[in-house]
Write a protein that binds this ligand. Sequence first.
Ligand SMILES: [Mg+2]
Ligand SMILES: [Zn+2]
Length: 229
Amino acid sequence: MCSALSRLVIERPGYSMPVFATPAPKAPSATGGTPWLLTPGDRPGRPGPPVRRGIPGAVLFDRDGTLIHDVPYNGDPARVRLMPHARAAVDAVREWGVPVGVVTNQSGVARGLLTPGAVEAVRRRVEELLGPFDIWAVCPHGPADGCGCRKPAPGLIHAACAALGTAPHRAVVLGDIGADLAAARAAGAQGVLVPNEVTRPEEIADAARTAPDLLTAVRGLPTRAGGAP
Ligand SMILES: [Mg+2]
Ligand SMILES: [Zn+2]
């Protein structure tokens, strides 16, 4: 365990027992619905991070294809593999004192291919490898459910920012496909595309900002007052 993670765990003694800030439904709703929000146990009621001009209020990472390799509808923690530089990128954000979150579509739940427990098992494995995140916002719905959280809708970003006490326009979203950047745009957040082998050329062309890998993306963000956003 690296020193940064040790420090975070010590500072957040309640972390080991994540709670559902909104209960995970037994079954996804047929229409509409809200995202699952999973937070460290000591997060509810905590004040948001201080506003530091020019420094992001939160950095929100897509999960599949961004933090970890995309294994479609994976519910097996043993199949979780990190994307290049993921640990260094997340740690760099933590070292600024900026909250880190995950915003992820998991339509496998709506399709009956994933249980809430499987999503949680993968989340735990990701945190074993990457350390704790301040918020997880998970859309369990399918494309036909009409929810407001499935990316490219902005609901996951709005929900994560609300839980973190930061304004969406101060958040940065890092993702690997156009839907991640569209969600960021719809939420008023800044998006950075980190393409991989499945990213389509038109998605790269449409992106306001791209980076060749996650660490480069993070290093391109402002860490002191005076920069954007
Ligand atoms: Mg992705
Ligand atoms: Zn949803």
